[in-house]
Design a protein around this ligand. Structure first.
Ligand code: ADP
Length: 151
């Protein structure tokens, strides 16, 4: 018997949750894709956040549902607008790394009031996207905490 309190055990368990254990597959579009194509991809892939990549497959931007809605209001020709015009771009993107704690990724989602984070890796080519953490990822980890009886 360790003599640890329930709260200490819970904290210890939560601090073992790492990004790489829960990250899902990132869905990306190219910078010169149209807003129309991005909306199609969002529906087909069933995600709420898209990451935008350049010709070297490196991260340059993020597109949310509302970014695409905003661009669509009053716009006739969504095929004519490339996503790089409307995306949130580097260096203003909040990111995380595979070895980060889930709790730190969750804090970023709350602090920045966003739905998702790219999991990135810096390479000589630039910023590679290796995964995705979203509010759903956090919800899954939260449920697993109880269901799998880690404690
Ligand atoms: P929505 O806009 O659909 O409510 P979000 O809350 O995720 O979805 O996005 C809010 C704004 O923040 C959008 O303009 C989006 O481009 C931007 N955004 C989303 N994810 C990130 C991120 N990881 N880093 C920086 N900005 C982001």
């Amino acid at each position: 018997y360790t003599g640890k309190t329930g709260t200490e055990l819970l904290t210890e368990t939560i601090k073992k949750f790492k990004v790489y254990e829960y990250q899902s597959v990132p869905v990306v579009v190219k910078e010169d894709s149209s807003v129309y194509d991005a909306i199609s991809t969002m529906f087909l892939e069933d995600v709420g956040t898209l990451f935008v990549i350049n010709d070297h497959s490196c991260l340059t931007g993020v597109l949310s549902r509302k970014d695409l809605l905003r661009a669509s209001i009053g716009n006739q020709d969504l095929d004519a607008i490339p996503v790089h015009i409307i995306m949130t771009r580097m260096p203003n993107i909040t990111v995380c790394y595979r070895d980060d704690l889930m709790i730190d990724a969750a804090k970023k989602l709350i602090d920045k009031q966003i739905d998702g984070l790219p999991v990135i890796k810096e390479t000589e080519k630039g910023t590679e996207i290796i995964g995705r953490i979203t509010k759903t990822t956090i919800t899954k980890a939260f449920v697993e905490l109880i269901m799998d009886e880690h404690l």
